[in-house]
Design a protein around this ligand. Structure first.
Ligand code: FES
Length: 161
């Protein structure tokens, strides 16, 4: 583990007084920092809290909001629930995959800028088809709109680089 990562994880552990009962918020903070839970960070957390690494791994894989594989800086969720599906969400998913060069197995772009997640219902069927980009809800999505949204995020990233 790099020294920088080590210091980050130690700071998070200190924030929670190295308290084993705070394992979930500690993992949440680690994930916030890295967009996923790196294996070495999980092992360090386990050892620091006196918890078996297998238990930490078990928690990390039990809750769906944790990821043990690297994710992109930006998360795109496209709904493919019934209401969105009948309004052609498949075309939107395919447009996002094409723009980001993704496949059914590859959900994160090669530059780790985006991760695409297909979800079953976002609870906003009245504005179907729906996409959520970094927690922002976008109604009446189209293949053109999702491509433009991705381009806009890339342009913003480039401007801030
Ligand atoms: S089915 Fe897409 S929001 Fe409900």
């Amino acid at each position: 583990m790099s020294l920088e990562k080590l210091n980050d994880v130690i700071a998070i552990l200190n924030e929670y007084d190295n308290n084993p009962s705070k394992l979930i918020p500690i993992l949440q903070k680690v994930q916030q920092k890295y967009n996923y839970l790196p294996q070495d960070a999980m092992t360090f957390v386990a050892n620091s809290l006196g918890i078996a690494p297998s238990k930490v791994y078990g928690v990390a894989t039990f809750f769906s909001h944790f990821s043990i594989v690297p994710k992109g800086r930006h998360i795109i969720k496209i709904c493919d629930g019934t209401a969105c599906h009948v309004k052609k969400s498949e075309g939107i998913i395919n447009a996002a995959k094409k723009r980001l060069n993704l496949t059914d197995e590859k959900h994160t772009s090669g530059d780790f800028m985006f991760t695409l997640e297909c979800v079953s219902c976002l609870g906003a069927c009245g504005i179907a088809p729906v996409a959520v980009v970094d927690e922002e809800v976008h109604p009446q999505m189209t293949p053109e709109k999702i491509t433009a949204l991705i381009d806009a995020v890339y342009a913003k990233e480039k401007a801030n680089a």
